[in-house]
Design a protein around this ligand. Sequence first.
Ligand SMILES: NC(=O)C1=CN([C@@H]2O[C@H](COP(=O)(O)OP(=O)(O)OC[C@H]3O[C@@H](n4cnc5c(N)ncnc54)[C@H](OP(=O)(O)O)[C@@H]3O)[C@@H](O)[C@H]2O)C=CC1
Ligand SMILES: O=C(O)[C@@H]1CCC=N1
Length: 258
Amino acid sequence: MVQTSVIGCGNMGSALIKGLHRSGNHTVTACDLDPDALEAVADYVDTTTSDVADATDADVVIVAVKPDIVGAVLSDLDLSPEQTLVSIAAGVSTDYVEARTDANVVRIMPNLAAETGDMAAAVTGDDVPDEVLELLDDVGEYAEVDETQMDIATAVNGSGPAFVFYLIQAMKAAGIEGGLDADDAETLAAQTFKGAAETVLRSDEDLDDLIDAVCSPNGTTIEGMEVLWESDVQEEVAAAVTAAEERSAELAGEVTDE
Ligand SMILES: NC(=O)C1=CN([C@@H]2O[C@H](COP(=O)(O)OP(=O)(O)OC[C@H]3O[C@@H](n4cnc5c(N)ncnc54)[C@H](OP(=O)(O)O)[C@@H]3O)[C@@H](O)[C@H]2O)C=CC1
Ligand SMILES: O=C(O)[C@@H]1CCC=N1
């Protein structure tokens, strides 16, 4: 069992905690100042605490607070080089964290699907220990990237779930407009995204070939695809990703300039 502590049990910290609980491979201490946040994760951890000192004994210490609070939390954490500190904050550089801890620093951009074991994570660090890679394996898939790629990864896989929720919402709304019940429309739209994503992950075929496979000659899909190919949907998705990427870079400036 890897001793893991999670400091900050809000949206992302609690998703990681629930994913780690599912894996059964971790002894977890949850730390948060908000008693309600601790209450919400109490069934998934071994210990809850509001005292950051109680979270310092772990092999892996995950700091999951907002970017502008990372510095304050690090100043309260006394860690050794044998420990690993994982930072998940958008826009907070490895250099910033390394300057404030003796621990081995690993920077990760996770996403909310940690909760279901379907997280996509980008990870960067000079020495990413096996226990961190195994942790990421326990809650989903990961890609090792260069630090310079963290802003774009933050946009694609960190912010990405919100973009996909939006697209599911659009598909659901079209289903309702066509006469489906709201619950049925949500199930059919969401399961279709899930199934399509699984197909991409498991298939060796490229995306154009997968699109072709759905488009029966003279069938229904090609009519819809013609509309999408003629539209600027791809450009709009790219613009959303770019806006998030730029904000990640901007956050880096704000945190570093403190
Ligand atoms: N949300 C997401 O999908 C993703 C978030 N991230 C990153 O994860 C981090 C957390 O984001 P998110 O979970 O959304 O934020 P939340 O605000 O939901 O969670 C942060 C939690 O940390 C608590 N907290 C604040 N100060 C301390 C402290 N000193 N010690 C312990 N706990 C503290 C907060 O309590 P209180 O509310 O009382 O202040 C809150 O419960 C951010 O850095 C973000 O960039 C990365 C990828 C995805
Ligand atoms: O919106 C944010 O800043 C965080 C980081 C990635 C997802 N949520």
